[in-house]
Design a protein around this ligand. Structure first.
Ligand code: IMP
Length: 198
């Protein structure tokens, strides 16, 4: 089983990633002494690369990372790569959700379409890398609904669901259709292909 150090220390994300990769790759937590990198690239893949490459250099091990953006059509695709800081530097998940509901207050549901995109990536110590993307189409709710999850989960309604927000779904229901679930399953498939070619 291939072994990867996981760049994310966010427990919400790590739980989702670990549940998709369980039994298929060995995921090692990021060592506490390795600092987080500044995610200042202007693309999701650029930020994923910054995170994995820094960890690879610090540990000498292959590293796995991800970066996610929310594209809202009524906002011309924003916040995209700036999704974590939509309401400003140091803002909370709740601040971001409140700002999103506020800026879309006059946008009626058919025009509240949005998608989450996740880039999942592996960087190996010899410089090889593998990056794939997972997308989940959906829309922004008009009010917060549900208790579970994190980030924008309580205001994101996936198109392939039954009208519930991600926050109203179990972890396995979310993983099955989510951007992150799709990205990490695609990463597993790409890793298997490479192993087959070797
Ligand atoms: P990151 O690049 O994975 O850290 O994601 C950037 C931001 O997107 C996070 O700070 C969250 O606000 C949001 N986000 C990422 N993944 C999800 C998700 O699965 N549900 C809801 N919000 C998410």
């Amino acid at each position: 089983m291939e072994r990867f150090v996981c760049a994310s220390a966010n427990p919400d994300k790590v739980a989702e990633i670990a549940s998709v990769l369980a039994g298929l790759v060995e995921l090692v937590p990021r060592p506490a002494h390795v600092p987080e990198v500044v995610e200042d690239a202007d693309t999701l893949v650029g930020n994923a690369r910054l995170k994995a490459a820094a960890l690879c250099v610090a540990t000498g091990c292959a590293a796995i990372s991800d970066d996610t953006g929310l594209e809202v059509d009524a906002l011309g695709g924003e916040p995209g790569v700036s999704t974590a800081m939509f309401a400003g530097i140091g803002c909370s998940y709740a601040d971001n959700r409140a700002k999103m509901l506020d800026v879309l207050r006059d946008v009626v549901p058919p025009h509240r379409t949005a998608r989450f995109k996740t880039v999942a990536m592996v960087v190996w110590p010899d410089g090889r890398e593998l990056a794939v993307e997972g997308v989940c189409e959906g829309g922004i709710a008009t009010t917060e609904l549900g208790e579970r999850g994190f980030g924008y989960d309580s205001i994101f309604i996936p198109a392939e669901g039954d009208g519930r927000t991600f926050s109203q779904m179990s972890e396995s229901e979310k993983n099955e259709i989510s951007h992150r679930g799709r990205a990490f399953r695609a990463l597993l498939a790409a890793l298997a292909d490479r192993a087959g070619e070797a």
